[in-house]
Design a protein around this ligand. Structure first.
Ligand code: GDP
Ligand code: IMO
Ligand code: MG
Length: 436
């Protein structure tokens, strides 16, 4: 029987989802994206080649694996086509293996203009630090039932009429509220319809296609973008992205029934990072050389893939993980970037917080409460040995194993995989998600 595995980030994104999805494709015939858009940046390293993917699922690098973009993804068609061109120029066949749902809401140029104008108008401490890609405004249009979808591209007259109506509204907001320049209607229309021609052969009923793949015995991976603490409902609202990034969204965002999802893998960095604004209780100073925060930033190469911003870094937060593990129904964890901690004398783990005089053992819901949380730390000894590229659990230093064992205990979920380097095979397997 076919098996379906959901891969989600359990922190604030950039946990290493792409690397692990690519690694897992040796047991899968298809990879499905189900939310987010080109705000995602997933880096894969295979041999001496590095691939940076935003919209194309991380299965594309493995020959023969089919890739699906589900209805939950907001699609910038121009970005998708240039990503495809880049991959194909590097010798990877994409168009025959990629299927795009007609239900995907389109990101059009006025969405990123609105995104940037809104951020610019906010006071410094209220800025979300979005990627500026138009993700939020595109999801708003979807929920407001005025959005244009991939499907609409193939009905040009109707597309033109709907676009005129929606652009009248958005250009009013851009010019009258934000004082920005309007976006040119004819340009948006011509560009969109030209792209439709190239998209057309890839547009497929993704829900039906993945059902058929499963019926034919194919294993599928559902690749999450962002992370649970950036989820629109469960994250540190309003400092979040505009989609659900939790495992449950794999069903709604691709059109598969929840009972067909068999295993949820929670990708979790051995420490924490966050890009953009918002509270981060276990955050460390990343600017002072010789400090643990600097080591995480420097050795972990914590620079955002999409926006090139520095990622904020901090200690592992088990109290946040507890919430993520429950919300996602995580079956097993994959701890990534363990090697980045090599050489630290001691390691702190946040086990709970002091909040308004009380001790709490789980990340609170409101961003203002999270901002008032003072972390409570437990300190473990570090290890001086190398874990970089280690491929067997037995070969890890004793203190590294003790650190992982403690994380497992605190998060109340088994660690099934450990990643010790960016390359596909720099991975320790304890229990295989497709074989549980
Ligand atoms: P994603 O958005 O969750 O796919 O993660 P990103 O690709 O944005 O960020 C993770 C970064 O860490 C990438 O540059 C990966 O190549 C790298 N990476 C992934 N796993 C490991 C690991 O175990 N060790 C090290 N040193 N780097 C890793
Ligand atoms: P991957 O898939 C890390 C963050 C942005 C910002 C907030 C809202 O690579 O893990 P948005 O443009 O989505 O409206 O921005 O979310 N953000 C991410 N942070 N990794 C990502 O994706 C992210 N996608 C969005 O920095 O704080
Ligand atoms: Mg990323």
């Amino acid at each position: 029987m076919a098996k379906n595995v959901v891969v989600v980030g359990t922190q604030w994104g950039d946990e290493g989802k792409g690397k692990i999805v690519d690694w897992l494709t040796d047991n899968a015939q298809g990879v499905v994206r189900f939310q987010g858009g080109h705000n995602a940046g997933h880096t894969l390293v295979v041999g001496d080649k590095e691939y940076k993917l935003n919209l194309v699922p991380s299965g594309i690098v493995r020959a023969g694996v089919n890739c699906y973009i589900g209805n939950g993804v907001v699609l910038d068609a121009g970005h998708l086509l240039s990503e495809i061109d880049g991959l194909e120029a590097g010798g990877i066949e994409v168009q025959s293996r990629l299927k795009v749902s007609p239900g995907c809401p389109l990101i059009l140029p006025y969405h990123s203009e609105l995104d940037k104008a809104r951020e610019a108008k906010k006071n410094a401490d209220a800025k979300i630090g979005t990627t500026g890609k138009g993700i939020g405004p595109a999801y708003e249009d979807k929920v407001a039932r005025r959005g244009l979808r991939v499907y609409d591209l193939f009905h040009p007259q109707r597309f033109a009429d709907k676009l005129a109506e929606v652009m009248e509204y958005h250009n009013f907001v851009l010019t009258q509220y934000f004082g920005s320049a309007p976006v040119d209607y004819q340009l948006v229309l011509d560009q969109a319809l030209a792209r439709a021609e190239r998209l057309k052969p890839m547009v497929t009923d993704v829900s039906a296609a993945i059902y058929a793949a499963n019926q034919a015995g194919q294993n599928l991976l559902f690749e999450g973008a962002q992370g649970t603490l950036l989820d629109i409902d469960h994250g540190t609202y309003p400092f979040v992205t505009s989609s659900n990034c939790v495992a449950g969204q794999a069903a709604a965002g691709s059109g598969v029934g929840p009972s067909s999802l068999h295993y949820v893998l929670g990708i979790t960095k051995a420490y924490c990072t966050r890009v953009g604004g918002g509270p981060f209780p276990s955050e460390l100073d990343i600017d002072t050389e010789g400090t643990p925060g600097y080591q995480m930033f420097d050795k972990g190469r914590e620079i955002g893939t999409v926006t090139r911003r520095k990622r904020r870094c901090g200690w592992f937060d088990a109290a946040a993980l507890r919430r993520s593990a429950r919300i996602n129904g995580v079956t097993g964890l994959c701890i990534t970037k363990l090697d980045v901690l090599d050489g630290l004398k001691t390691l702190d783990i946040c086990t709970g917080y002091k909040l308004d005089g009380q001790v709490v053992d789980m990340l609170p819901i409101g961003a203002d409460e999270v901002a008032r949380c003072e972390p409570i730390y437990e300190t473990l000894p570090g290890w001086s040995e190398n874990t970089f590229r280690v491929k067997r659990w037995e070969d890890l230093p004793v203190n590294a194993r003790a650190y992982l064992d403690r994380l497992e205990q605190l998060c109340q979920v088994p660690i099934d995989i450990v990643s010790t380097g960016p390359e596909r095979d720099e991975t320790i397997l304890k229990r295989h998600p497709f074989m549980v």
